[in-house]
Design a binder for this molecule. Structure first.
Ligand code: FMN
Length: 228
């Protein structure tokens, strides 16, 4: 871990999450990793680095803490938290900046219970503070052959999932649901695709250790090296 000397405020110790020494802006000014202090840095660089460090930690922490929550407290989400979570979706990227996503936020208990039924009776769906029903009215197919609608909505939903973590909330993607039932429950027109549901609320369970493939199995460099 590296340590910095803050010129204006005396020596302060900061650790960087991803680098064992130096800064994101290069090694200039670093004495040695062993000595552990980076000196002669302009204060501007110091504060940029600190802001970046905090930003990166927040995002990576949220990614690590997100899990599929299937038990929720009987507690509503504060309006300002929900607003930030939805703002995270609004700020998501989309193909050609179409932004053709639509989100129906359901907090009404009866309606949530009906959505739980539509979701193959996954009863926990009805216990979440809200169910976000993510829709798209975009049937555009990109040059690469992939449909825009589901991709754009998925990105926005993952923004929601990560911002939820930052707000102390938890989520679960729900893909196992019967579209026509959900459509009837919410009065969604036939030409609108319901892409996914997402439950959101205060968690009443705990994160299990994620089961994931090792990085070597899913990443290669330069050329396809996975076999056919
Ligand atoms: C597109 C998608 C659909 C999913 N549908 C469901 C679902 O219907 N019900 C459920 O309990 N979990 C659902 N999940 C959650 C996955 O089972 C979960 O993400 C996976 O097992 C990894 O666990 P983790 O999210 O806790 O890391 C879905 C996840 C994704 C990404």
């Amino acid at each position: 871990m590296c340590e910095f000397t803050a010129p204006a405020r005396g020596r302060r110790r900061l650790t960087h999450p991803f680098r064992s020494g130096g800064t994101l802006f290069g090694e200039k000014g670093a004495k040695s990793e062993k000595a552990g202090y980076i000196k002669r840095r302009h204060p501007m660089w110091f504060s940029c680095d600190r802001v970046l460090k905090e930003f990166m930690m927040d995002v990576f922490e949220a990614i690590k803490r997100r899990y599929s929550c299937r038990a929720y407290e009987d507690r509503p989400i504060e309006q300002e938290k929900l607003a930030r979570v939805l703002e995270a979706a609004r700020l998501a990227p989309s193909a050609k900046n179409f932004q053709d996503w639509r989100f129906v936020v359901v907090t009404d208990s009866d309606t949530k219970a009906q959505l739980a039924e539509a979701a193959n009776n996954q009863t926990f769906v009805g216990t979440a503070a809200a169910v976000i029903v993510a829709c798209s009215n975009n049937d555009h197919v990109m040059t690469c052959g992939q449909a825009v609608g589901p991709i754009d909505v998925a990105i926005a939903l993952e923004h929601i999932a990560l911002q939820a973590v930052a707000e102390g909330l938890a989520t679960c993607w729900i893909g196992a649901f019967q579209t026509n039932k959900a459509r009837d429950v919410l009065g969604i027109p036939a030409d609108i695709a319901i892409i996914e549901l997402m439950t959101i609320g205060y968690p009443a369970d705990r994160q299990r250790s994620p089961k994931r493939e090792p990085i070597e199995k899913i990443v290669c460099y330069q050329r396809w090296q996975f076999g056919s």
